[in-house]
Ligand binder design. Structure first.
Ligand code: ADP
Ligand code: MG
Length: 598
């Protein structure tokens, strides 16, 4: 019999093992940040280029490494954090397996410079895919500097598997936020492509939250504090009215480590029961302290799941203390003595009353189906419903591609659509009924409108009479900034100042009543790269804007608005599916209805 078992060469074994630790640039950022924290750094600088795909650099002022330690730290199972099995039951550091540096070095080009305090020379090591390239002495500050370049350079399949820069950057930022929130006692600086995104001074937990999420956050937070034998809780939940439809800021830190726990999240949701719409998610920033021996340490360190010994009690304590804080808050406004006035900013967007006092100029000559509107003759108008009145239905004059013309006429001429569940528009046709999904239909309408106008280079943009200010986080501002130029070509004109976007003009065929929400959706959709299948940037942007700015399911529509949706949908080139390949409407023939009664 032939022997068939091979011993894998070390570099292959390393690459395979690396897969567990390093999934994407964000994993490298997390591991390196944790190493700097374990090294007792009080200041950590992070620099990334191309969302970390080209380079990730972390510089700390921690204890540094000796020449010998620096020389072996890239080997597997080399750690200074435990020395025997007993230590496993009292882990105080973030790492202890000695895997991260070996894994990172296996799949990238690494340069390490490290010096202990009070030692004259630093050690500089270069590694290319687990292979030592150089090891020499050099001059440097005390602490450690690590550059990780060209992640997955030797595993093309994994490199190709990385998502767009927007998506990878979001992952990197998420890791950075998780680590920096857990350590307000450390100063963090974050640079993205040479631009400083965060500069977080040493502070307390509350100020760290505010430094990350903007000065307005201060008034949203309700303190939660509890101290029992098995669990200590300290942190904040956001007031119910600031709950978000998309999963907002939800952070549990257990013993200073970010964890995800559907079970604990459920405890918070149940504490908010009755205070928020069940479709909304509360935001929270909560530090939990438990005896390390009550936590299962065999959970893999790169995973964020956690197992507690006494899960039920932790759930109950958490739920009760959040409920208690919310109760106190609703009886009397929270007296916030910690409030730092210097963090307040001098304007209040809420007081501006968006839909009432902010008007838009609309061009009455503008016909969305002809693209020949002039820029003059504006009247002030400020709601979708009113605007619809000015958009006369011209669908009969449009050529139809996908739908039987007679069928369309019978739809378009029908004046009595019915809206059901604030989601579907039902209309009679010659041969039966059609049921339209209002949100998807409107996405299709806007998408074609944007693509058409962009292709013809005729974007009808309308200036807002009063530019509108919306506050965003620094990361959101950066995201908007990266797309500013292309959005501008789509009629979306805005300036970015500090943590504010000042909206000057918007495309003429979008709803202005809820721009704040539309812009938040816009950022969410850019980050989530919806959809991946776009064939050009203009197509992608058309999809993003149409998804963000469309009227949503759940909105009650007036008859005129329903008619507008029906007529505009059937004037589209593609009527059957939304830009994301989902059905916009279904048809039920009378014969089918007849059959149902048989
Ligand atoms: P672990 O963190 O599990 O010990 P790593 O592979 O992440 O394993 O790191 C290996 C060792 O290298 C650490 O135990 C530590 O002694 C040393 N090290 C890594 N990063 C730093 C740093 N930034 N400063 C000082 N020492 C470091
Ligand atoms: Mg480590």
């Amino acid at each position: 019999m032939k022997d068939i078992i091979n011993i894998l060469p070390e570099n292959v074994a390393n690459q395979i093992a690396a897969g567990e630790v390093v999934q994407r640039p964000a994993s490298v950022v997390k591991e390196l940040l944790e190493n700097s924290i374990d090294a007792k750094a009080t200041e950590i600088k992070v620099l990334v280029k191309d969302a970390g795909k080209t380079i990730i650099q972390i510089i700390d002022n921690g204890i540094g490494m000796s020449k010998r330690d620096a020389s072996i730290c890239f080997d597997r199972h080399t750690t200074s954090k435990i020395s025997n099995a007993k230590d496993l039951f009292n882990i105080k550091t973030k790492g202890f397996r000695g895997e991260a540096l070996a894994s990172i070095a296996a799949i990238s080009h690494v340069n390490l410079i490290s010096k202990q305090h009070g030692i004259e020379l630093a050690t500089e090591i270069s590694m290319h895919g687990s292979e030592l390239k150089s090891n020499k002495s050099t001059v440097s500050e005390a602490g450690t500097k690590i550059s990780v370049k060209n992640i997955f350079f030797n595993i093309p399949a994994r490199r190709n598997f990385l998502k767009s820069n927007n998506v990878e950057f979001r992952h990197v930022i998420n890791e950075f936020i998780r680590v920096s929130l857990a350590h307000p006692e450390i100063k963090f600086i974050f640079f993205n492509d040479d631009e400083e995104i965060y500069n977080l001074p040493i502070s307390n937990f509350k100020k760290r939250i505010i430094n990350l999420y903007g000065s307005k956050t201060s008034e949203k937070l309700v303190p939660v504090s509890e101290n029992t034998e098995i669990l200590k809780i300290d942190g904040f939940v956001c007031k119910p009215k600031y709950s978000k439809k998309t999963r907002g800021e939800q952070f549990f830190f257990v013993n200073n480590r970010f964890v995800k726990s559907a079970y604990l999240n459920h405890a918070i949701n149940s504490a908010f029961e009755g205070l928020i719409d069940p479709k909304y998610n509360p935001s929270y920033f909560l530090n939990l302290e438990v005896d390390p021996s009550f936590i299962d340490i065999n959970i893999h360190p790169t995973k964020t799941e956690i197992k507690f010994e006494d899960e039920h009690s932790i759930y109950a304590i958490l739920r009760a203390s959040v409920k208690h804080s919310l109760g106190q808050y609703s009886i009397s406004p929270v007296l916030d003595f910690d409030r730092d006035k210097s963090l307040d900013i001098p304007y209040d967007f809420n007081k501006k009353g968006v839909s009432k006092s902010v008007g838009i100029d609309i061009n009455t000559n503008y016909n969305p189906f002809e693209l020949s509107g002039s820029d003059q003759n504006y009247v002030k108008i400020d709601s979708f419903s009113e605007k619809m009145e000015t958009l006369e239905f011209k669908s009969e004059t449009n050529e139809l591609k996908e739908f039987d013309f007679k069928e369309l006429n019978s739809v378009a001429n029908s004046n009595n659509p019915i809206q059901i569940k604030r989601k579907y528009i039902v209309n009679k046709t010659k041969s039966g009924l059609i049921i339209i999904n209002q949100e998807r239909a409107h996405q299709r309408i806007l998408y074609e409108e944007f693509l058409k106008s962009f292709t013809l280079n005729k974007i009808n943009s309308q200036k807002l009479l009063h530019p509108m200010e919306i506050e965003f986080s620094k990361v959101d501002i950066q995201i908007l900034n990266s797309k500013k130029k292309i959005f501008n070509q789509f009629g979306l004109d805005f300036d970015l100042k500090g943590e504010k976007a000042i909206i000057n003009a918007i495309p003429s065929f979008i709803d202005v009543t809820n721009l704040n929400k539309s812009f938040n959706d816009l950022i969410f959709n850019i980050q989530n790269d919806i959809p991946d299948s776009s064939f050009s940037e203009s197509d992608l942007v058309s999809k993003i804007i149409s998804k963000s700015m469309s009227i949503k399911n759940g909105k009650a529509l007036q008859t005129k608005e329903q008619q507008y949706i029906i007529n505009s949908l059937f004037a589209c080139k593609e009527t059957m599916i939304c830009p994301f390949n989902k059905k916009t409407f279904v048809k039920i023939d009378f014969s089918e209805i007849e059959n149902m009664f048989n």
